[in-house]
Design a binder for this molecule. Sequence first.
Ligand code: ANZ
Ligand code: ZN
Length: 865
Amino acid sequence: LVKLNLIKRCYSTLNHQSINGSSKISDISQSKAKYYALSQFPYPSGALHMGHVRVYTMSDCIGRFKRMQGYDVIHPMGWDSFGLPAENAAIQKQISPHVWTQSNINSMKDQLIRLNLEFDWHREISTCSDQYYKWTQQLFIKLYQQGLAYRKLATVNWDPIDMTVLANEQVDAQGRSWRSNAIVEKKDMSQWFFKITSMADRLHDDLDLLPGWSDEIKSMQKEWIGRSKGHYLDFILNTSKNSKISVFTTRIETLYGVTFLAISSKHPILKDKDFLMNTTNEKKLEISNFIQMVESNQLRNIDELCAIDTGHLVQSPNANLVRLIISSTVLSDYGTGAVMGVPAHNKQDYLVAKKLSLPIVQVLERQSSVNNNITSSSNSIESECFDSELTGKLIQSGNYSQWNINDVIDDFERKGWGKPTISYRIRDWLISRQRYWGTPIPIIHCPTCGTVPVPENELPVLLPIEVQFTGKGNILNDLSGWKQCKCPICLNNNAQRETDTMDTFVDSSWYYLRFLDNQNQNEIFSSTLANNYMPVDIYVGGIEHAILHLLYSRFITKFLYDQSLISHKEPFKVLLTQGLVKSPTYRDQYTLKPLHPSDVLTDQKPPISKLTGNPVNVTIEKMSKSKLNGLDPSEMIDKYGSDTLKVYILFKAPPENSLEWDNDGIDGCKKWLKRVDQLISNFIVEQKASSSHSQPQILDEKELKSIEFQCNQTISRVSESIENYTFNTAISSLMTLSNFLQKVSDNTKCHSIEYFKSLRTLLLLLTPFAPITAQYNWDQLVRFNNDNQLYSTQLNSINLNDIKTTSGDLNEPIITKQNWPKSIEKYQQRENLLLVVQFNAKTRAVIELPSNISEKTQIEQFVRN
Ligand code: ANZ
Ligand code: ZN
């Protein structure tokens, strides 16, 4: 009961502390260096899952550590609260998305508080609040004014039952909607885009400014941007000297190996007058049937290649005549939508050539090549074609045979056969959603003035709250009271509001800036604050956001930089991507249905289903509702307490690895924290007992030295481990220290200031991981020391710096306000080292040697002895 009360007190001090302990919004600490620890804010689905707990525990640990180190730390939390699930809940449960979202936020916030995470709650934001989305709208208008937000016709996934556009990720492999199960249609609609392509080069090149990002994520970003250097080349339609087809190639030097020209089924030449005039009716019919087939299939996963000859010939820059074909391998929206086919050196072209029996001409010399004339009848052609090393010389290329590739490229360019260019895979960011629960796009459509941005003083364009959900499409379209308005330019004209809302990725592309100034009524954020606190020092989150969210945030940051609102080019200095949280998953061997662990007799081999008596398969999988293998964080807090849960999560696996949940492991962590409690309470009990009778005996100098050595070594190890985000090794160093302290002799425990100080060091180092345990025991020590005036005189008489850095300020009752201990070099050197001699994996001798001699001398000495 006493402990419970104490814990309660801890909570209140901690809550109080998190307001006072972190910087207030408006003032920047002049004396402290800043540290911005950010974890990805959650979607308020209703309850935290273990993945959330893992992310937030990591950023909490880092934040607490940096605060104790004296940094001005920002560790904010908020809600990514727009999006489809709220609308679906509204349709299914007839509850307003607003109410549903808010109640989810409330319960998740409760959970975060119960986890005792030190968040700056005074910085809280919610993207669905008009105080937030007002600024998202302003950001849209700024982009619009710079020509970076625009509307164009685009082909989208249309769900004819729900009557909405779907993101690609919401269409399954069979081309069905994830929600309505309708076959999704391709539809051309006017949509809003952000011109992210305008920054493709910067988004690519500035990755080099980020040594704190893993190569893996950087290459995922580069892949998505897909920059390649190449050439445009023109091919001329044989029947019409005016009709050119331009191709994009990264391998212009293979020009003499071109044996066909392939275009996509959407290529404009297919509607060209000359082209059609010279196509027979029979061929026209064949082509249109083909196009129809490709396009209906084109939704996804066309494994089977389809290609057709158009019956036309085209002339290459080097005056070769080759066939013009249409092929499903050519993407309509990459490069020019046309490809020069080089089947000898490109796998896809090779398959196309095989399919249509087109010639294959090798033009690059291979090291191992004996036979330069590949014919399509050769069986081993595939391996011969692509696997062997090239010499960098051309063959079968007219006058260019035996030339070096680079010289060829120069000469082709000089002749005007190809124009150098750069092509990108990245497309502009489609931000329109035909959905209610999102940030309204602040645009008015006027019959006279066209698209007109809502004047800034009229922002936010509020989302109407009282609405009826029909489940069909975007209900903003049916709210004529909301939709009809006056044009802000010609004033009297009846105009209409844009009814599309923004992709929720827009909301999350700038939230880290609003955290810094969430109460600002006058501007999106203060540049002074942003320039002080940005960039984010550590960003913790899931790998699933490694591409889009990071790319969008980087794009918006660069835009704000161009607007001179911020002075940094990249938002996130270091990324920490956490692995999955997994647990045993039980499935009935016969029905394959997932089973709840409580329905399984797990002590049997194999486990047996209590429901059917069938044997049960066990696999370790990502925790998820559908697999019934998830653990509820609240239940875990009830059962173990937040400290144990957090210590376990950090101890069980390094951050980037997946964490496989096991109950023994968490029990072990609970026991360890109990042992720390015992260490302190035993100390106090023994002190009380000894002070009443025994005389201090002579202290063992050697033991005192080794206490100091252990303490200082642990300080360095824990500090380094947190800096490197290897929390698990930090905790194991702490375990080593606590075990060591347990074994110290009773005499030293009772009579040495070194031991007292080392207990305090242990608690200080424990604080970022298990703040309640640390605080509880700190209280015990402070109270005991005050009551007994045990070490105060001694502590006062010794070097104050020593105490400050190794065992904290004596009378400060709140441990999180203590300074992080610093290790002292001189105590980290052992006078003697133990040299372990092993032979055939058996220890044969342990020799004590002075530590200041070299390894070589040590060995020599040993051999001599
Ligand atoms: C001739 C060639 C020869 C090619 C060769 C490659 C190898 P990256 O590097 O990804 O940019 N290509 C161009 N446009 C295409 C489209 N719309 N759909 C499908 N493929 C297209 O790829 C550039 C290469 O992809 C280009 O270089 C072109 O094939 C093909 F030995 O041209 B290449
Ligand atoms: Zn107008």
